[in-house]
Design a protein around this ligand. Structure first.
Ligand code: NAI
Length: 330
């Protein structure tokens, strides 16, 4: 199949080209993000491959269908950027990669916790500057602390296993209990109790209309004062302005995030020579108890290989009109 890849970087090209030796699709790598302005680049391609910040809203989907695209292959797990109902009305098949390395994301969440708690970002810079003072670097033992896991699917489960290894008490909030987590000793609780008891809250649920701004002014008022919040899921789960206010008042003690509500205008690009226009992001960046990474939690060698393999396999199955377990239905 002839596939147009949007939002590609050199690492995507490398992983997909390598894995494609088994599949023999025709791959065309495009750098631009898929938007209404760039959708014409997909003309004549029966398949397009898109990533998390590509725009797959109704208008873009209509243009894709008009120009002959039949399959949309997401090379990611989340699909909050796709209007599935519109896609199905237009006869577009949408496939995704539901799991490629839950370890990658869970391990990154733990990385953010350690970084914030032990202030590793400050320690690293200090030592490079021959400043060997420990003042301001005081952390806390993770052992014995309560961790609240929001969403205990594939990533939440891996995260629970790691945090259990640290000797943490594990609470979870999820409409569905995961038996592996129950076996591990995770205690399922209601939303309010999780907020009130957790020293660290880590988000591992999808972004959907019901979870949009799950962390807002009201929920932040209910957390344990000084608690840590970690988000490696989707930026829209948190009302960033409310988080900023909670950081300023001291209610939120630490904030580590790999995602940001308006990240499509920033992440994955080198903007180091640019004046960033997003004042909210700049304010968030300025706090000493905030660590931001630019949607890199998935970014391990293993994950990239698995993403390429599942994506190309999904396309091959749909092309062969065989059932594809990773097809999304509205
Ligand atoms: P999953 O589908 O295995 O698990 C999601 C869990 O969230 C399920 O157990 C579900 O019942 C639960 N859930 C749904 N609504 C909820 C609610 N209102 N409150 C609490 N829990 C709720 O998904 P997986 O693979 O664990 O991924 C989780 C999220 O991580 C994805 O939706 C995606 O947004 C994000 N992600 C981020 C990456 C990154 O690089 N930062 C990479 C991959 C995924």
């Amino acid at each position: 199949m002839k596939i147009a890849f949007f939002s590609t970087k050199p690492y995507d090209q490398l992983s997909f080209t390598t894995v494609n030796q088994q599949f023999h699709h025709e791959l065309v790598f495009l750098e631009p993000r898929l938007t209404l302005e760039t959708v014409s680049l997909a003309a004549g391609f029966p398949v397009i491959c898109a990533f998390i910040n590509d725009d797959l809203s109704q208008g873009v989907l209509e243009k894709l269908a008009e120009n002959g695209t039949r399959i949309i292959a997401l090379r990611c797990a989340g699909f909050n950027n796709v209007n599935l109902e519109a896609a199905h009305k237009l006869g577009l098949v949408v496939v995704r990669v539901p799991a490629y390395s839950p370890y990658a994301v869970a391990e990154h969440a733990v990385g953010l916790i350690l970084m914030l708690n032990r202030k590793l970002y400050r320690a690293y810079n200090r030592v490079r500057d021959d400043n060997f003072s420990l003042v301001g670097l005081l952390g806390f033992d993770l052992h014995g602390k309560t961790v609240g896991i929001v969403g205990t699917g594939k990533i939440g489960e891996c995260f629970a296993k790691i945090m259990k290894g640290f000797g943490c008490r594990l609470l979870a909030y999820d409409p569905y209990e995961n038996p592996v987590c129950v076996e591990l000793g995770v205690k399922y609780t209601d939303w309010r109790s999780l907020l009130a008891q957790a020293d660290i809250i880590s988000l591992h649920c999808p972004l959907m209309p019901e979870t949009y701004h799950l962390i807002n002014e009201e929920s932040l008022a209910q957390i344990k004062p000084g608690a840590m919040l970690i988000n490696t899921s989707r930026g829209g789960l948190i009302d960033t302005r409310a988080a900023i206010e909670a950081i300023k008042s001291g209610q939120l003690g630490y904030f580590g995030t790999d995602v940001y509500e308006e990240e499509e205008n920033l992440f994955f690009e080198d903007l180091s020579d640019t004046v960033i226009q997003d004042d909210t992001f700049q304010l968030l960046q300025s706090f000493p108890n905030v660590v931001i990474t630019a949607h890199q939690a998935f970014f391990t060698q293993e994950a990239l290989g698995n993403i390429a393999e599942t994506t190309l396999q999904n396309i091959a199955l749909v092309e062969a009109r065989k059932p594809c377990p990773n097809q999304l239905h509205s």
